[in-house]
Design a binder for this molecule. Structure first.
Ligand code: DAH
Length: 350
């Protein structure tokens, strides 16, 4: 065997191996390449096996050549492997990279329901004036809802409130006023009594734009020695300013409620026109927002507070009406329908 021939073979082998290596693009195939060109059964190994057929002086020459080619292929292999790994890493970095210039996904903010919101706002105003908050039963007795409030069984004032009766004695409360009596009974003989009572009430009314068979009231009650009508007016004026604005004023008109004497209906300056006169206030410049009065002596005495020593004022308001005025909602039913188009507006306003 001629060493020239083998040298020729080796050169061809080297070229083939290197050009085949250039085409390898995946790590897995790189291992195949190594087995093929550097493995035990590779042509290179086979060439070195031909050593025995050579003249003695040619053998080290061939050994050197084979080693040279093997080293070169080995280095080329390492280099290709490094390159592939580097490229894979770069691809992974590119895939994992975060584009910090990408605009965020907006999250919608929740909003308090306008009715909940106004009730809490009113509660806060009265808490700030030293009132406590109490709650009472929605299923009430005829005695607390009517009789203790100076409305006897055959009294014509019962016609003012169409009642859902459950039995002869039990009913769905038509007003939060029974909590006046319950609160006084609970607190007697302590003074001052200073409480507000938010809660749901029920009436046998047809639902329309201004009526609902189930709605809310907030009752207020103050009892102490020397409580006067001017205390009532001052308290309500502070309330009106806090909820509707510092320029507000209240106006009391004589009215009738069986459990107060004297009784009044209370107006604030029209929220829509600021008193100038408009459709909302029927061109009077004033809007009625609540009923009030001095607690009737019969109610005080019935609940334990001696009316010759103590006096008090009470008021009752409808938070639905106040929310509608404040937020310009024209139909009370919108407060119960939970239409997201309405409710979402309150995440911006509030
Ligand atoms: N309870 C009355 C109603 O539902 C409202 C009311 C009026 C409450 C005068 C009061 C008051 O405490 O003093 O129509």
């Amino acid at each position: 065997m001629d060493i020239r021939q083998i040298e020729e073979q080796l050169r061809g082998l080297r070229e083939e191996a290197l050009s085949s290596l250039e085409k390898v693009e995946q790590n897995r195939l790189l291992d195949d390449w190594r087995v093929q060109y550097l493995g035990k059964k590779s042509p290179l190994t086979q060439v070195s096996r031909q050593m025995g057929a050579l003249a003695a002086e040619d053998r080290p020459v061939l050994g050197g050549l084979v080693n040279q080619v093997r080293d070169e292929l080995q280095r080329a292999f390492e280099q290709a492997k490094n390159q592939l790994e580097e490229r894979a890493m770069e691809a992974r970095f590119a895939a994992e990279s975060v584009d910090v210039t990408l605009p965020g996904r907006p999250r919608r903010r929740g909003a308090m329901h306008p009715l909940t919101r106004i009730i809490q706002e009113i509660e806060d105003v009265f808490l700030g004036m030293g009132f406590e908050i109490a709650e009472g039963p929605e299923i009430e007795t005829d005695r607390y809802n009517f009789e203790m409030l100076n409305v006897p069984k055959d009294h014509p004032a019962r016609d003012m409130q169409d009642t859902f009766y459950l039995t002869d004695e039990l009913l769905l409360r038509t007003q939060t006023s029974p909590m006046q009596v319950r609160t006084m009974e609970r607190m007697w003989p302590e003074v001052p009594v200073k409480v507000i009572v938010p809660g749901r009430v029920y009436r046998r009314d047809e639902d329309d734009a201004t009526h609902s068979h189930a709605f809310n009231q907030i009752e207020g009650l103050v009892v102490d020695e020397g409580i006067r009508m001017s205390d009532l007016k001052g308290t309500l004026e502070a309330f009106a300013k806090a909820v509707f604005g510092p320029h507000q004023a209240v106006r009391l008109r004589p009215s009738f409620f069986p459990f107060t004497e004297p009784s009044a209906e209370v107006d604030v300056r029209c929220i829509a026109c600021d008193g100038a006169g408009c459709r909302i206030c029927k061109h009077t410049g004033w809007i009625e927002i609540l009923g009030a009065g001095m607690v009737h002596p019969k109610v005080l005495d019935g609940a334990g507070y001696d009316s010759t020593r103590y006096s008090g004022f009470a008021f009752g308001m409808g938070p639905e009406r106040i929310a509608m005025l404040k937020y310009g909602i024209e139909d009370i039913r919108q407060l119960y329908q939970n239409d997201l188009r309405l409710l979402r507006q309150f995440s911006r306003i509030l």
